[in-house]
Design a protein around this ligand. Structure first.
Ligand code: HEM
Length: 147
C-alpha cells in the first residue's frame, strides 16, 4: 500500500467517491427532515439509502486500505478517533432516520428527528474536516522511527 502509487491513489480515489455518496445522501435527507424542499417526499429520498450503505461499506474498505499504508500516522492522532466516533454516530443516525421514514409516506416529522437531522449535518461536517486534517495534524508518520 505504501510503495505502490496505484494502490494508494486508487484507494484514496475510492475513498473520496464513496464519501461523496455517504455524505451527500445523508446531507440531502437531513436537510429535507429539517424543512428544506418540503414538497419532496422523504420516503422517496430514503430509497437512496441502498446506494448509501454500499458506499459506506466501500468507505470502510478504502479507509482500512489507507490505514494499512500509514497505520502509526492515523492511530497516534486523536483527530482519527474523533473522525471514527463521528462516523459511527452519524451512521447510527442514518439507520434511525431510514427506519423511521422508509416506505412510510404518511409519517410525521417529530422534534427528535429534527434534532437528529441537525446532529447528522454537524457530524458529517466534523467527519469531512477531520478526514482532511489527518494529513496535517499527525505527529508520527512511521512507527519505525522508534526502533
Ligand atoms: C463517511 C466516512 C468518511 C469520510 C467522510 C472520510 C473522509 C476523509 C477525507 C476527507 C480524507 C482526506 C482525503 C484526501 O486527502 O484527499 C480521508 C482520508 C483518510 N481516511 Fe477517511 N473518511 C471516512 C471514513 C473512513 C474510515 C471508516 C476510515 C478507517 C477505517 C478512514 C481512514 C482514512 C485514512 C487512513 C485517510 C488518510 C489520511 C491521510 O492523508 O493521512 N476513513 N477521509
Amino acid at each position: 500500500m505504501r510503495e505502490s502509487g496505484i494502490a494508494f491513489f486508487s484507494s484514496l480515489t475510492l475513498h473520496s467517491l464513496s464519501m461523496a455518496f455517504v455524505v451527500g445522501i445523508n446531507f440531502v435527507v437531513a436537510l429535507r427532515v429539517v424543512g428544506f424542499a418540503p414538497r419532496l417526499e422523504i420516503a422517496a429520498l430514503c430509497r437512496f439509502y441502498v446506494i448509501h450503505w454500499y458506499a459506506a461499506a466501500l468507505i470502510f474498505i478504502s479507509g482500512s486500505a489507507l490505514l494499512l499504508a500509514y497505520p502509526a500516522k492515523a492511530l497516534t492522532n486523536p483527530v482519527f478517533y474523533i473522525k471514527l466516533c463521528a462516523i459511527i454516530i452519524g451512521l447510527l443516525i442514518s439507520k434511525r432516520i431510514q427506519s423511521t421514514f422508509s416506505n412510510k409516506p404518511d409519517v410525521s416529522i417529530d422534534s427528535t428527528c429534527i434534532k437528529l437531522a441537525y446532529l447528522s449535518i454537524v457530524l458529517w461536517i466534523v467527519t469531512l474536516t477531520a478526514g482532511r486534517f489527518l494529513a496535517y495534524t499527525h505527529s508520527i508518520l512511521l512507527a519505525s522511527r522508534f526502533y
